[in-house]
Design a protein around this ligand. Sequence first.
Ligand SMILES: [Zn+2]
Length: 337
Amino acid sequence: MLSAIAVMGISGISGFFQQPETLPIVENIPKEKPQLQPEQQNHNLDIQKTSTLLVSADQLLAHIQKLNFQRFTTKERSLSRTYITNQLQKYGWKPQIEKFPTGVNIFTQKPGTDKTAGAILIAAHYDTVDSSPGADDNASGVSVVLEIARLFANYPTPKTLQLAFFDKEEAGLLGSQAFVKQAARLKNLRGVIVMDMVGYACYTAGCQQYPPGLPITPPSDKGDFLAVVGDMEHLPLLNAFNQTHPNFPVVLTLPIPFKGLLTPDTLRSDHAPFWYQGVGAVLVTDTANLRSPNYHQPSDLSKNIESSFFTGAAQIIVNATNNLLETSGVLTTQPAT
Ligand SMILES: [Zn+2]
């Protein structure tokens, strides 16, 4: 998560807070996908699908432990890419290395079953600031993208699933800016989910801060909710996150007007370059320095990840990803009738 854009308070914005609606949640189903013969596959597709979409806390935390080192220098970022690409290959993906003048992104995709349905992109930055091991910022986001790679690898969906790991976010969103310069990449893109810091929670009253003037009713006086920030022009994309489940964090969805012009605190990660291109995008976050004392510090360690919050956040993101890959409806905000 970038720190530099946070210069103004948030004021004068209405309609921030939406009540969550209940969406179907996958639960209590065995993790392992049954091995089926080809002729059985279509027949059993629905059963087969719901059995594959449970996140593994062990997998999620293992990725963070493997990536729990400073990822700032050229060498450190190269080591990070080696880990990410090895994992993707292990799951059956074919990662592509995409260089830009100051860094290297990783991209991969799995075509959907409906060629006209477009694509959903799931992304997280893998670099850190100097002197921080970046467990929350942003090994947590990388870990969830890798878990999505594992869960959806052999899972047909109408829409194409794309995954990106951006470099140089901390240097000013350089990797995502390089990505959006490729016009062909944006052509079929229907929505983007960016994760930046999704693994920290605090449970003492007053531990959560809000930007001054933020016109929302905080869901609690603790830092135990997941924030999802989306552009007002793509509300169906944001609404995919309106989920309630007793075991998962409460979701606070924030629809942002004017592409964040009045709310620069909402532009501090890799979703912002997509907004500027007119592509719908959401940022999923634990709110970074508004909650975590470890933000950009040497103490951003895997031991400070709150595993139940992190695992619940990951499941919410997996459920939203699945909803978006399955839905045939448009993700742009429709005028009221
Ligand atoms: Zn950061």
